[in-house]
Design a protein around this ligand. Structure first.
Ligand code: ZN
Length: 201
């Protein structure tokens, strides 16, 4: 399982739109091997997620996993998930402020507005369809990874560029206020009812 090089901001590939993997491609040994490399590279870099495009493959594949993560010790756990052709649908208009960083944007963190409640549909590496709902920080991680598949980096979505910060200064100046917001974000696992007929697609 060779580690792949993670592309960094400024590399044009990070700005491309990735193509879906066809169902008949998913089982090909080359993509199976690639997915193993993607997961190994994510783990080696202590990422909470890694999109294929970040290692130079412009296909709609992303890996997510949060265990005891030194980059994000406050994040709830996510079991290893390999999402192929993921589609995200917000379940309400509610948003929260997430602090994000990215393996492709070394050294920086910034505040990003994310949907609080999401439906996620994706194929796993066996070609099985999964439909889940996710909320709060984990929903934020999904949105960050799926943005990569459309060539979007978190810095594009930073709500207030004057609050871009190094990781060290985040610990010093932003960590505590953010952690105070977490219980409320994480307890909010129910989307408010949407008006009848509202089109959320
Ligand atoms: Zn990223």
């Amino acid at each position: 399982m060779p580690l792949r090089t993670i592309l960094e901001i400024g590399h044009p590939t990070l700005r491309k739109s990735a193509r879906p993997l066809r169902p008949d491609e998913i089982a090909l040994p080359a993509w199976r091997d690639f997915i193993e490399d993607l997961v190994a590279t994510m783990r080696h870099a202590n990422g909470a997620g890694l999109a294929a495009i970040q290692v130079g493959e412009t296909v709609r594949v992303a890996a997510l996993e949060v265990g005891d993560n030194p980059r994000y010790p406050y994040k709830p756990r996510i079991p290893l998930t390999v999402a192929i052709n993921p589609v995200l649908t917000p379940l309400s208009d509610q948003t929260f402020e997430n602090w994000e960083g990215c393996l492709s944007v070394p050294g920086l963190r910034g505040p990003v507005t994310r949907h609080q409640h999401l439906a996620v549909r994706y194929l796993d590496p066996h070609g099985q369809t999964h439909e889940i709902q996710t909320h709060g920080l984990t929903a934020g991680t999904w949105q960050h990874e799926c943005d990569h598949l459309d060539g979007i980096l978190f810095v594009d979505r930073v709500t207030d560029p004057t609050r871009l910060t190094t990781w060290q200064n985040w610990e010093r100046f932003y960590r505590e206020p953010f952690l105070e917001t977490l219980p409320e974000i994480q307890a909010n696992t129910r989307p408010a009812p949407t008006p009848l007929g509202a089109n959320r697609g």
